[in-house]
Every structure is written in structure tokens, then in C-alpha cells.
Design a protein around this ligand. Structure first.
Ligand code: UT7
Length: 323
């Protein structure tokens, strides 16, 4: 059976680090409130003129380097982002050209904070049916550009960054012992649109708009939906939580991570946490966390990883991967 393997990872954070204390000078907030309610201590912000494509390109280069490939080896790029450079064309095609990939196809995918999980699942399907042999999946965001810097309930929570994985078709036996993406589980429910959205867009206001969120309601749904999709993933593979070596979650709030771990009976030590240093980087947060933990040696080849995310839409999902 055809399996989609992760053969390289890379990530990039813009140079500028903004601490909670720095934000105290900008909005009516405190370091203590941000740390207590979210676990966030700092975030990276893109420099003036630095775009989502720039961050995506840096992460992609590092991922290709770790896979020992170049852009010319790719058949497909999927770029998950809610903050594209332009309304069109896709930011993915910009990255495609900069990577020297002049064939195949590239497109953006919009599922906000669940974007990376959606993009990984989509690439897996293209590879499994034989429509691509090698793919690059990127999560990249410049969320700082759609924040209302006067709204303290949202602007302290997000950061900019990018992460990427290189995927390649391989063979497996169809069991959970295979290396590669073992299963993907995606959900959305548009009834919750108004709890987390951007109040602008090309077809509505003609402006880019700003992030609006009813944080405490999103929080409640996040813990419930994430625990449900993790249980769904484990059941689909005939596994119990003990089988998971690492959970690599979307990084929105350390209390969501703790709540999900508690609900699932998963030890917190088996969760990769970057939200304290990266804040919420939307579609970029999972590949950023994955790359960090692979490079520092925590995540090792052959281990079983559970990637999960929830975001605006609502959208949510999980992927089970053996590295
Ligand atoms: O990635 C996509 C999914 N997004 C998420 O998962 C985010 C989910 N939500 C959250 O992470 C949390 O709900 C927040 C961190 C956004 C907020 O934490 P909370 O414990 O739910 O706080 P709250 O929204 O209930 O607000 C509590 C208080 C309010 O004051 P009152 O009304 O109780 O007097 C807010 O006005 O905290 C106040 N507040 C702040 N105070 C200082 C809100 N933002 C700030 C701030 N600094 N930045």
C-alpha cells in the first residue's frame, strides 16, 4: 500500500522578538495576564516588507535541505495560510518560482489554524492516488498584519512564522507499524463562523479586515473538539493514547493543551509546546513545533506522532504519522 512519508522538515521565525512587556507599552495589558491566561511569553513578528511568501520560502528551503532535495524535485506545493501576500494569485506559486520549481502545481489552502493538518491530509491524498510523488506542505502566516492592535483580547495572542515538511511516496503494509501518514481526520462546522473570523475580505468590505474572536467560547469548543478528533483518530487505528510517542498540537493556548491532555489521559511531557515562545502562529504552529522537536532530538525516526488543530470556521482535524 502506498504511504506518504515525511522526509524533511524546516521552519523559520522572523528576527524581531516582541515580549509581553513590550506589548504593555502598546495596549492595556500585563505580562501576568497574558502568561496566566495563555502561557504566551513572547512572539516573533515579521519585519516591515517581509511577507508570508518570504517566511514560507525560508522554511521551505530548510525543509528541502534536510530532505536532500531541491525545488526541482517537487511535483506539488500546498501552502496553508490565512494571510496570503495577495488576494490572488496563490502565495504558493510565488514560493514555487523562488524554489526553482517550474513544473507540477502549487496552491494555497485556507483552513486558518487547522490549515497545516488540512494541507497534510490533502497532499497525502494526492500522493496516495499517484498524482504526486513528492510534495512540500508549508504553513506560513503573517498574522500580525490582520490584528487589531487596539484590541487587547486578540492582539497579544498571535505571532508570525512558517514551517514546512517534504513528503515522498513510499510503500507500507497497511498497519500502524508503517512509516508515513497513517490516517487523517478533518471536520468543519460553519455554524460557528462568528466566534472567530476576520471582519473584511475582497467580496464583502473590499478591505483586508481584522481578527475578531470570542476567546472563551472558542476555548470551550477547542478542548471538546480536539479531544473528540484525537479519540476518533486513535479508534480508527485501533490504538490507545499510550501508543502515541508525541502529540504535536496547534499552539493557541497552553491551557487548551493542558485541558486536551487531561481529557485524553495523555502525559503532558509527551506534548510539544512552543506557544510560550511563538504565540499562536495559526497554520504555521504545527510544522514549527515539529521541526523544533526533530532538530533538538526529542522526536526520533520511527516514533508515532499525533498532529491536531482547531481554528476558525470552525475547522478541526488530526493526522496520525509514523516518522
Ligand atoms: O487558534 C485558533 C483558536 N483560538 C483559540 O483557541 C483561542 C481560545 N481562547 C483563549 O485562548 C482564551 O479564551 C483567551 C486567552 C483568548 C482569553 O482567556 P479567558 O480566560 O477566556 O479570558 P476572557 O476572554 O474570559 O477574559 C477575561 C477578562 C475580561 O475582563 P472582565 O470582562 O472579566 O472584566 C477581559 O476584558 O480578561 C480581560 N482581558 C484582558 N486583560 C488584560 C482580555 N484580554 C486582556 C488582555 N490583558 N490582553
Amino acid at each position: 500500500m502506498r504511504r506518504t512519508r515525511i522526509i524533511g522538515t524546516g521552519s523559520y521565525l522572523p528576527e524581531q522578538v516582541v515580549s509581553n512587556r513590550d506589548l504593555e507599552a502598546r495596549v492595556d495589558t500585563t505580562d501576568a495576564w497574558i502568561v496566566e491566561r495563555s502561557g504566551i511569553r513572547q512572539r516573533h513578528l515579521a519585519a516591515e516588507g517581509q511577507t508570508t511568501a518570504d517566511l514560507a520560502y525560508e522554511a521551505a528551503q530548510r525543509a528541502l535541505q534536510s530532505a536532500g532535495l531541491t525545488g526541482a524535485d517537487l511535483d506539488l506545493i500546498i501552502l496553508a495560510t490565512a494571510t496570503p501576500d495577495h488576494t490572488f494569485p496563490a502565495t504558493a506559486t510565488k514560493v514555487q518560482t523562488r524554489l526553482g520549481m517550474n513544473r507540477g502545481f502549487a496552491f494555497d489552502l485556507q483552513a486558518v489554524c487547522s490549515g497545516f493538518v488540512y494541507a497534510l491530509a490533502t497532499a497525502d491524498n494526492f500522493i496516495k492516488v499517484g498524482q504526486a510523488q513528492r510534495a512540500l506542505v508549508i504553513g506560513a502566516e503573517t498574522f500580525s498584519r490582520i490584528l487589531d492592535w487596539k484590541d487587547r483580547t486578540t492582539c497579544v495572542l498571535f505571532g508570525d512564522g512558517a514551517g514546512a515538511v517534504v513528503l515522498e511516496a513510499g510503500e507500507g503494509t497497511g498497519t500502524a507499524a508503517d512509516r508515513g501518514i497513517l490516517s487523517a481526520h478533518l471536520h468543519s462546522d460553519g455554524r460557528y463562523h462568528d466566534l472567530l473570523y476576520v471582519d473584511g475580505g475582497p467580496s464583502t468590505t473590499g478591505t483586508v479586515g481584522h481578527v475578531r474572536m470570542k476567546g472563551n467560547e472558542v476555548f470551550r469548543h477547542a478542548v471538546t473538539n480536539l479531544a473528540a478528533v484525537v479519540n476518533e483518530t486513535l479508534a480508527a487505528n485501533g490504538l490507545t493514547p499510550e501508543a502515541i510517542d508525541w502529540v504535536v498540537p496547534h499552539q493557541a493556548n497552553v491551557r487548551i493543551l493542558d485541558g486536551t491532555a487531561r481529557k485524553l489521559g495523555l502525559p503532558r511531557e509527551r506534548m510539544i509546546v512552543t506557544v510560550d515562545r511563538h504565540a499562536n502562529t495559526s497554520a504555521a504552529s504545527i510544522p514549527l513545533a515539529l521541526d523544533e522537536a526533530i532538530r533538538d532530538g526529542r522526536i526520533k525516526p520511527g516514533q508515532l506522532l499525533l498532529l491536531e488543530a482547531m481554528g476558525g470556521g470552525f475547522t478541526w482535524g488530526a493526522c496520525l504519522v509514523r516518522l
